[in-house]
Design a protein around this ligand. Structure first.
Ligand SMILES: Nc1nc2c(c(=O)[nH]1)N[C@H]1C(S)=C(S)[C@@H](COP(=O)(O)O)O[C@H]1N2
Ligand SMILES: [Mo]
Length: 197
């Protein structure tokens, strides 16, 4: 895999690159299936399950506090990109609008195009997680998940759902698309939680 598009981390960046990862020079696109084309007019983010059901339009989301984020990005296929610059909405700010049942322990992330991925509530409700609509000062392109994606920097990037359109709150753990196909239920890069076996 080492070649034109990947380089070995330098010593000083080494402590930011998890084991088994190499630095990508560009920002690769990794999508299973087709890229949905969703305009902001059509976009909505719904919440259901163990939560008061609600649907947020693009305008609802843009009325929430907007912030800049810099985060490292680790794909389980062994590439990482450091210092990715995004803009968007902090998950904890978004969550102020929800009424979640205390029995919820897991969330299924749903997307346009039917991709899913599961995340524990404790991994979702972290200070550094955000919904992104801007990447390196440009509107987030469809390939990278525009108009809106989730970014969960502390887990492998398959948990960072592109074109996110739903959060389903669950009383027990469930498996999303990659988790049903052999990937780890949690996916913590520093522990190399890549596969479920
Ligand atoms: N909806 C959706 N989200 C997704 C994926 C996908 O196939 N569909 N791929 C995941 C994987 S495996 C990775 S590494 C990142 C890649 O994000 P990027 O294409 O912006 O680099 O998106 C994640 N989110
Ligand atoms: Mo990935």
């Amino acid at each position: 895999m080492l070649g034109k598009f990947f380089k070995k981390p330098s010593a000083e960046l080494g402590d930011r690159v998890p084991p088994g990862q190499h630095l990508a020079t560009g920002f690769p696109v990794l999508t299973y299936g087709d890229t949905p084309q969703i305009s902001c007019d059509r976009y909505s983010l719904k919440v259901w399950g163990l939560v008061e059901p609600q649907s947020f339009t693009w305008d609802d989301l843009m009325a929430m506090p907007q912030q800049e984020f810099t985060a490292d990005f680790h794909c389980v296929t062994h590439w990482s990109k450091l210092d990715v610059k995004w803009k968007g909405i902090k998950v904890l700010d978004f969550m102020k609008h929800l009424k979640v049942d205390e029995k919820a322990i897991c969330i299924m992330e749903h997307c346009y195009g039917d991709y899913t991925t599961n995340i524990a509530i404790a991994d979702f409700l972290r200070e550094e997680n955000f919904f992104a609509h801007t990447l390196f000062d440009e509107p987030l392109s469809p390939e990278h998940g525009g108009p809106l994606r989730l970014v969960v920097p502390h887990l492998y990037a398959w948990k960072s759902a592109k074109w996110i359109n739903g959060l389903e709150f669950l009383a027990q753990e469930a498996s999303g698309f990659w988790e049903r196909n052999g990937y780890h239920r949690r996916g913590e890069p520093w522990a190399e939680e890549r596969y479920s076996y």
